[in-house]
Design a protein around this ligand. Structure first.
Ligand code: BG6
Length: 437
């Protein structure tokens, strides 16, 4: 039996309740060979028992999962003094690994790392890893500071910077789709591709996260991380050799070569002002952003890259759309030929669609675009694991492929700082909830 200890800072937060605890249960439910000791750390005055009830109302934890709680206000010096003795008291021996999950604001990461730092170089009979949740800072300077604080106590190998989009099935599959199909990879360049769009449209608003969101906005909440990470997998060159180092370098290079020409529009849904009025009346935080990027990489010179994301839009839909160039003259120039497109749907479905032109039965003189569709979720019944289940599992396995390294984040922030500077003194346009914008 393998025993793991999971300490969650931000133990009473939304992420813990909605994502992490279900993920722990899903992993335990599929593997009778492991157990979890979970210690939630939070400010709320709860006991172990009331914490379990808070996380799993009316249910008991899985027999392989034991859940405990520690009251601590991380901002108060010395409040984490009781942490290590508490862990020692509940941890099952022999423990295979300790994972510290930082599900708090990034401003607390340094303090937390300092309190658990001594443990990071401790006993070699088990691993100690730290998973840090985005956003990592609010600009490049704060990211660098935060990174230095974490690196004072943990080695890069121990730090798992999570972006749950990397754990989504379609996104995890981008490189396999590209590099196992010469059909695609041979045209994966600006000679053939006119435009690449990565869009994450959400139908819901900000909800109870208004305090966090109003200081963050769509660019820092989504573009800096989920969209740029997805894009890097679309753009990167094939790694020069197998292994993580070459993979990281190729992915980092793809982000480094991106540039921004101030082409952006931002929006705020009608109703946001009402939600934010008690904390920041007149807020100019964007809940929608659409921007164009270009790449200095020779392969992508001339391809337009569009990133789009927003809340309260018409429907929840996330996708990567690759629009191929139209051949300027074919024997069918006189027909209205649509561009070929490869669309990788991320959610709600995970379809892969390829749009081609063909003559429909009975129609001899016209061409029509048709879609060839592969729908894995329709054809296979296996349950796709939820992103946070994948994140936790990969961290326990010590596989960092689905996590972000410091160098790629540094480059992502360098670019994001430029995007933020372009909108700093602008007011987003208002859009109607549920409409196309
Ligand atoms: C989070 C953002 O990282 O991702 C949220 O903070 C956003 O604002 C969410 O709603 C979207 O994730 P998903 O998996 O629901 O598309």
């Amino acid at each position: 039996m393998k025993h793991y200890t999971l300490v969650i800072f931000g133990g009473t937060g939304d992420l813990t309740k909605r994502k992490l605890i279900p993920a722990v249960h899903a992993i335990a439910g599929k593997d009778p060979g492991l157990s979890f000791t979970v210690l939630g750390v939070g400010r709320k005055p709860l006991t172990d028992e009331s914490y379990r009830e808070f996380l799993l109302p009316g249910q008991t934890p899985h027999p392989q999962v034991s859940i405990h709680y520690l009251i601590a206000d991380i901002e108060t010096p010395g409040s984490l003094d009781g942490l290590m003795p508490r862990i020692a008291g509940i941890e099952k021996a022999p423990v295979s690994g300790r994972v510290y999950y930082l599900a708090t604001s990034y401003t607390l990461f340094g303090t937390i790392a300092a309190s658990i730092g001594a443990d990071s170089r401790g006993d070699e009979s088990f691993f100690t890893r730290i998973i840090a949740e985005k956003p990592f800072g609010s600009d490049r300077a704060s990211f660098k500071k935060l990174n230095r604080e974490l690196r004072t106590f943990f080695s890069e190998d121990q730090i798992y910077r999570a972006d749950h989009y990397l754990a989504k099935g379609t996104i995890d599959n981008i490189l396999r789709t590209r590099f196992s199909n010469p059909l695609f990879e041979s045209v994966w360049n600006s000679r053939s591709i006119a435009r690449i769009t990565v869009a994450v449209n959400e139908a819901l608003g900000v909800g109870n996260r208004i305090g966090y969101y109003d200081q963050t906005g769509a660019i820092k909440d989504m573009v800096q991380n989920h969209l740029l990470q997805t894009l890097s997998l679309v753009l990167m060159n094939a790694p020069g050799r197998p292994g993580e180092t070459a993979f990281r370098k190729a992915k980092t290079d793809a982000i480094k070569k991106l540039y921004f020409r101030n082409e952006i529009r931002t929006g705020q849904y009608r109703g946001y002002q009402e939600e934010v009025k008690n904390i920041h009346p007149g807020s100019a935080t964007e809940t929608f952003a659409e921007l164009s990027l270009y790449s200095k990489e020779r392969r992508w010179k001339g391809t337009e890259i569009v990133l789009r994301t927003g809340k309260m839009l018409k429907k929840r839909e996330a996708l990567i759309d690759i629009e191929f160039r139209k051949d300027p003259c074919t024997p069918y120039c006189s027909f209205d030929i649509s561009p070929n497109r490869l669309t990788l749907h991320i959610q709600p479905l995970q379809n892969v669609e390829l749009a081609i032109n063909t003559t429909l039965p009975g129609e001899k003189v016209a061409l029509a675009p048709v879609k060839m569709t592969f729908c894995p979720t329709c054809e296979f019944t296996a349950n796709t694991p939820e992103s946070y289940e994948v994140i936790l599992k990969e961290c326990l396995r010590g596989d960092k492929r689905l996590f972000m390294c410091d160098k790629e984040l540094d480059d992502a922030w360098r670019l994001t700082d430029k995007i933020l500077a372009a909108v700093r003194h602008t007011v987003p346009a208002t859009y109607e909830p549920g409409e196309e914008f």
